[in-house]
Design a protein around this ligand. Structure first.
Ligand code: FAD
Length: 303
């Protein structure tokens, strides 16, 4: 019987682990892909306090990991498939094993949302991408379209401009949710053209992408932009399908918690990008991880 199981080793789960380790809880951490989570898709982080020049993502995550390991904690490379509630504990299941724990922290994060238009699925990996850092170098001197208006879209467009010949930034509104400092930086780049109040209707191609069909939402006029790549950044969906109907979530699957990061079942806490909230960033994922571990600790003391 463990005290605590943490599901997901992104910034939220790693921070929860650091706090749990310092509380000396018997803790197991599970990670199904890469320790570090989504932020590994970005080469650097520029808005994390303490690094005015920005910090290389691998360096930051490596420090988080070292701190977890230094506390003697273990990260299991396995995917959690189910959490089964018992009388006074939970059974947490992977494909091959089952673990008993008194408390659980869910820090399973999120992944990119699809646009849901014709051609999108067909051309994933053949021109359609959700990660500028991963695929940007493949589009050197090519014409590309970036879709979205949040921080991630603008940040990635700035990065992609290092490689692409031209970028059309398509956004369904004429204002951006992204930080103004990022938008101004992108606007000053002569390679970038803004296609505002416009939505992508279709990704067109034969074996790979060669254009997108765009509709102006005010005039309803359709046009075609020739391109070899389409980078889509239109939000995130939580990675919470393994909780099934165990906890209260919103309609998209984001877990609903109180301010102490308690989910709707006694002994289960959630933090980071899998939680319903207004800001999805490393800094508050870490803060919520700390709160979740503190709440789990208090819960265990009261058992
Ligand atoms: C391209 C990009 C750029 C970004 N840039 C910035 C930035 O500049 N600044 C900033 O603050 N934020 C940025 N973000 C957002 C930031 O990455 C997230 O807010 C942050 O990673 C959330 O941390 P998390 O720990 O909640 O979730 P995640 O980072 O998503 O980590 C969750 C982890 O849980 C694992 N997991 C999921 N399900 C299971 C399961 N069933 N079993 C085991 N493991 C599981 C996943 O594999 C993953 O490793 C960026 C994100 C992206 C994609």
């Amino acid at each position: 019987m463990h005290d605590l199981i943490i599901i997901g080793a992104g910034p939220a789960g790693l921070t929860a682990a650091i706090y749990a380790g310092r509380f000396k809880l018997d803790t197991l951490i599970f990670e199904k892909m890469s320790v570090g989570g989504q932020i590994l898709l970005s080469p650097s982080v520029e808005n994390y306090p303490g690094f005015p020049e920005g910090v290389a993502t691998f360096e930051l995550i490596d420090k988080f990991k070292q701190q977890v390991m230094g506390l003697g904690l273990r990260i299991e490379e396995q995917e959690i498939l189910e959490i089964i509630p018992g009388e006074k504990s939970y059974q947490v299941k992977t494909k091959t094993a089952s673990f008993q724990t008194k408390a659980v922290i869910i820090s399973s994060g999120a992944k990119s949302k699809r646009l849901g238009v014709e051609g999108e699925d067909k051309f994933i990996g053949r021109g359609v991408s959700y990660c500028g850092t991963c695929d940007g170098p493949l589009f050197k001197d090519k014409d590309i379209v970036v879709v979205g208006g949040g921080d991630r879209a603008i940040e990635d467009a700035i990065f992609l401009a290092n490689y692409a010949k031209s970028i059309h930034l398509a956004h369904r509104r004429n204002e951006f949710r992204a930080a103004k400092i990022l938008v101004d930086k992108l606007k000053s780049n002569p390679k970038v053209k803004f296609v505002l109040d416009s939505v992508i209707e279709e990704v067109i191609g034969e074996n790979k992408v060669n254009a997108v069909k765009v509709r102006q939402v005010k005039t309803l006029k359709e046009s075609v932009i020739n391109c070899e790549g389409v980078f889509i950044f239109v939000g995130i969906i939580p990675d919470t399908c393994f909780i099934k109907n165990l906890l209260e979530t919103d309609e998209f699957g984001f877990i609903i918690t109180d301010q102490s990061m308690r989910a709707s079942r006694n002994g289960i806490f959630a933090c980071g990008d899998c939680v319903r909230k207004s800001l999805y960033q490393v800094i508050n994922a870490c803060g919520e991880g700390a709160v979740a571990a503190d709440s789990a600790h208090k819960f265990l003391l009261n058992l």
